[in-house]
Design a protein around this ligand. Structure first.
Ligand code: DWN
Length: 392
């Protein structure tokens, strides 16, 4: 791995602090990002043990956003129509936003975070509260293989990625399909969205890197959809290499050439990105300092895991942002890691109380702007660091 970016000492994103933990020393790790010139994988260099991140206290629920709920519902309909699976499985089923669109006997959830697995189990969905690996794949598929495996924003969170793909190959029927969705490295770099890097995001995939990694597990991409989800994601359709029933779509070639044209196969592209990130930090700090000088009331919106990287890298703490609004029950009443900014239960934004809003959940800008049109109409302002620090 060749290091190209250092985002400093960071606490664990999603490790929200309770009031009685505010004076305790937080666990930190060095957030450095590297590029592997052999397989083009971009990953964080120092990983945190999975049990420290994905456990019974996991705060993120997929169902929190209307955008995500409706996307999962539409996708389930589409995949069922396209592949007619008899048995489907989701790796990282979270609170069931995707699997709830299937009949209970036709889908299995894998969710190591016990608080989340409990939700789907309670609703009657078969859910394994375990980490996905070869052992689990064998256990689940020993009697009946899986026709469709879906995984959104999860495989990029697992360290031993080649083993993960081998386990998927093992569990799939010969004509089975893996549908994998994760943030796109190309969009992350184009948008200077360096906050896609944090402890949980071990990898940010490109088509180039995924193609090489899948090869080791005898799998290959046969189609790709470019999505706007989470600030730009790719949905990859993947099959067994030996399966000739699916034609390789021209989207695979066009994505590969788009990425090569941008330089995702070259180290110097990543060095340029790192230089731009430094400038972005400087300019975001400047926006904060200018607003504070003018005595503006600043709050944050969406206490995302991504925010953790930006806030801590750009030295933004509770002295600069009064509080964050978030709708997630688990986060309300706690404090963002590192920056120690309190998280409050969401209330409609009001210009009588708030002047500027830092958009932590910039990936849900459209949904949030729709909700807050009164605030915007009355002169309230949002600001973000994506694709460059600016007041919107
Ligand atoms: O990959 C991951 C993604 C999918 O989810 C995980 N590693 C962890 C998590 O990352 P995140 O926290 O950056 O995800 P989101 O989906 O950008 O988080 C949105 C946050 O904003 C949630 O805490 C809910 C909140 N929110 C809100 O308070 N009001 C969101 C919307 C749309 C709103 O209107």
């Amino acid at each position: 791995m060749k290091k190209f970016l250092d985002l400093g000492n960071q606490p664990l994103a999603n490790s929200y602090l309770k009031k009685n933990q505010l004076n305790q020393k937080e666990k930190k790790f060095r957030l450095e990002i590297g590029f592997n010139p052999k397989n083009f994988l971009v990953s964080i260099l120092n990983t945190v043990p999975k049990e420290k991140m994905f456990n019974k206290n996991y705060p993120y629920k997929s169902s929190e956003s209307f955008t995500m709920r409706s996307q999962f519902q539409k996708l389930a309909v589409k995949l069922k129509k396209k592949f007619k699976p008899k048995l489907s499985l989701e790796i990282g089923s979270n609170d069931g936003a995707f699997i709830k669109n299937f009949k209970k006997e036709e889908v299995i959830g894998i969710e190591p975070c016990k608080n989340l697995a409990k939700i789907t189990k309670k609703k009657g969905y078969k859910t394994y509260s375990e980490y996905w690996d070869i052992k689990l794949a064998k256990k689940i598929s020993s009697k009946k293989k899986i026709d469709l495996i879906y995984s959104a924003n999860t495989l990029s969170h697992i360290k031993n990625i080649s083993e993960i793909f081998k386990a998927i190959n093992l569990a799939l029927t010969d004509n089975g399909v893996l549908v994998l969705e994760d943030p796109s490295l190309l969009e992350c770099m184009r948008n200077l969205a360096y906050d896609q890097f944090y402890c949980e995001h071990i990898y940010v995939f490109s088509t180039l890197s995924l193609q090489k990694t899948l090869k080791v597990a005898d799998l290959e991409i046969f189609d790709i959809e470019n999505l706007t989800t989470h600030g730009g994601s790719n949905r990859y359709y993947i099959k067994k290499k030996k399966n000739i029933n699916f034609k390789i779509s021209s989207k695979v070639k066009s994505n590969l050439s788009k990425e090569k044209k941008f330089g995702l196969n070259k180290f110097k592209t990543y060095k340029n990105f790192a230089n731009k990130v430094k400038k972005s930090k400087f300019n975001l700090e400047k926006i904060f300092n200018d607003l504070i000088k003018k005595n503006k009331k600043i709050i944050g919106y969406g206490a995302t895991a991504k925010s953790c990287t930006v806030l801590n890298y750009c030295n933004i703490n509770h002295k600069k942002i009064d509080y964050f609004y978030d709708t997630t029950s688990f986060k309300i009443g706690s404090y963002l890691p590192g920056s120690k900014i309190p998280i409050r239960s969401y209330q409609k934004l009001d210009t009588k109380k708030i002047d500027y809003v830092f958009l932590g959940a910039w990936n849900f800008k459209d949904e949030i702007f729709k909700k807050e049109k009164e605030f915007i109409k009355n002169g309230g302002k949002f600001f973000t660091h994506v694709p460059f620090p600016h007041i919107i």
